[in-house]
Design a protein. Structure first.
Length: 226
């Protein structure tokens, strides 16, 4: 029997491995570090993506040849900057943020990072904003990183907005492992419901990448025939 030289996954230090990935592939420049400082100074939740996850999102956007992107959940603009830097020429990220105060912090981040011309900030409830975006099939990537309670509804809007071959991404797909016991955590239950819906949705070919707290990835298409 040919054995792999890799250790069993259960023996791996997840945080150490993530740090290794970040050191090699996801170094932050000064504008990105400043976003973290700005978010902390403003008393905002410090829940922006880990750098390793942000790098994965950016790389997937580049692989998709993204020009038109929708992001649900701006916060301080950290992940938006990674996405904006991945766009093809003439591209734009439409990022939706429910808090006007958070959106203003993000706008300062975009200006400092030199991507303000590639980002459109929409202040409002994503559940109301998304149905007004379009036309259908006109976006290359939809990234969900906001309230977990409405992920299934966001999935439906994402499926409508995405072109064939477009990507649906959702952060925190593992929610610190609580998806294994959804009854133990209300948000974990909502995320589990989203994961189940995505896994069984014939419009997507999907999986979860074990980066950060789990990144759900779905490719839009018609895969009902296998």
């Amino acid at each position: 029997m040919i054995r792999s030289g890799a250790p069993a996954p259960s023996t791996m230090d997840h945080d150490a491995l993530q740090g290794y990935v970040e050191r090699l592939f996801a170094g932050e420049d000064e504008p990105l570090r400043e976003v973290r400082r700005r978010v902390k100074a403003a008393g905002m939740p410090e829940i922006q993506l880990p750098a390793a996850t942000a790098r994965a999102v950016q790389l997937l956007a580049r692989m998709a040849g993204a020009r038109r992107v929708v992001e649900v959940g701006t916060l301080g603009g950290y992940s938006t900057i990674w996405l904006a830097r991945a766009l093809l020429p003439g591209g734009e990220v439409t990022t939706i943020e429910i808090s006007a105060e958070h959106a203003e912090v993000a706008r300062r981040s975009f200006a400092e990072a030199g991507v303000a011309d590639r980002v459109r900030v929409v202040v409002g409830d994503a559940a109301r904003v998304l149905p007004g975006l379009g036309p259908d099939g006109s976006f290359d990537l939809v990234f969900l990183d906001a309230d977990k309670e409405r992920l299934v509804a966001y999935l439906e809007e994402g499926a409508r907005l995405l072109r064939t071959g477009g990507l649906l991404l959702a952060d925190n797909a593992l929610w610190r492992g609580t998806v294994l016991d959804p009854g133990s955590d209300p948000r974990g239950a909502h995320i589990h419901a989203f994961n189940e819906r995505l896994a069984g949705d014939p419009r997507f070919d999907a999986t979860i990448l074990p980066v950060g707290d789990g990144l759900a990835v779905g490719v839009r298409g018609d895969f009902s025939g296998g």
